[in-house]
Design a protein around this ligand. Structure first.
Ligand code: ASP
Length: 301
């Protein structure tokens, strides 16, 4: 039987805040574990990698603890503007949306862009109108705003505060050997209106190609864009023959060269999984070699 693989992340960054809130940390770990259990069961039952990554990201978008969908980070003037991308390793079919506010699940809208248009990326009101016309779940933008994100924005307006944590992503290999990746985010706390990050740009925050690997990243989006982070992992495998973990490290080293940090999760065509970061931590989960669900945040876990 061909090896299935599945990994998810719940964002890099703001680990200092997390250490100060043990209850929240435990809740985040439980949410990731539940996501892994569901994905593992679906893959074992023969679900496609594409369906599994979309479902995992929808689930995390619906959870207000994560910076995606409900619970998204707020722009400088207190609005929600979300980005998401999904990539199918079969032929690198891709869909993405950017700067959307009225959709409960941006990743599902991204999939509609992939499957129902000849395009890759739709933005703002036009993306919302398109997705709603094709059955996407509508939401009042105000209902996506949580008290925790409001407080985070207020802290951000004071000097010395950090960026948002909690962006979400998933990568999978199904039993037919197909790969897929998806990423969804509310962006960075206090970002300007109209700012689009790596999570909406294929090759930066998300990548999948059955011939190489599937990647979902999290971190300072501007640096990920400037490094084409997810595509860099692919390039290290394809052109330099590197192993998956080393390829992720090499790609993240380029982000560090720009003075930024973050992490990524990846699976390759053999079903190897890598979860790497150069930030203080990255909330992450994966199915290990023995088929166990594993969840970690800090280095060395
Ligand atoms: N990469 C995301 C962005 O810049 C944020 C994150 O991963 O936390 O929009």
């Amino acid at each position: 039987v061909s090896r299935v693989a599945f990994a998810v992340h719940g964002g890099a960054g703001a680990m200092r805040q997390l250490r100060a809130a043990p209850d929240e940390e435990a809740a985040l770990r439980r949410a990731i574990a539940a996501c892994l259990d569901e994905g593992r069961a679906a893959l074992a039952a023969g679900a496609s990698a594409l369906d599994v990554v979309e479902r995992a990201v929808v689930r995390l978008e619906d959870d207000p603890l994560f910076n995606a969908g409900h619970g998204s980070a707020l722009t400088i003037d207190g609005h929600v503007e979300m980005d998401a991308t999904i990539v199918d390793g079969r032929g690198r079919a891709t869909g993405a949306v950017a700067c959307v506010s009225r959709l409960a699940n941006p990743v599902a809208a991204a999939r509609l862009v992939m499957q129902r248009t000849p395009h890759v990326l739709l933005v703002a009101e036009a993306a919302e109108r398109f997705a709603l016309a094709h059955g996407a779940r509508a939401v009042d933008p105000a209902s996506l705003v949580t008290e925790a994100r409001r407080r985070e924005l207020l802290r951000r307006r004071e000097p010395g505060s950090g960026d948002a944590a909690g962006t979400v992503g998933a990568v999978a290999r199904d039993r037919d050997g197909h790969l897929a990746a998806a990423t969804s985010t509310g962006g960075l706390t206090g970002q300007l209106r109209g700012r689009v990050g790596d999570s909406a740009v294929v090759g930066a925050g998300t990548w999948a190609d059955d011939a190489t690997c599937a990647v979902s990243g999290t971190g300072h989006g501007e640096a990920f864009l400037r490094c084409a982070l997810a595509h860099e992992v692919d390039a290290c495998l394809r052109l330099r023959g590197m192993a998956l973990g080393a390829a992720c490290d090499a790609a993240l080293a380029r982000v560090a060269e720009l003075g930024s940090s973050g992490g990524c999760i990846a699976v390759d065509r053999e079903g190897t999984t890598a979860l790497r970061f150069n930030s203080a931590g990255m909330l992450r989960g994966w199915i290990d070699e023995a088929g166990r669900a594993r969840v970690a945040i800090y280095a060395g876990e």
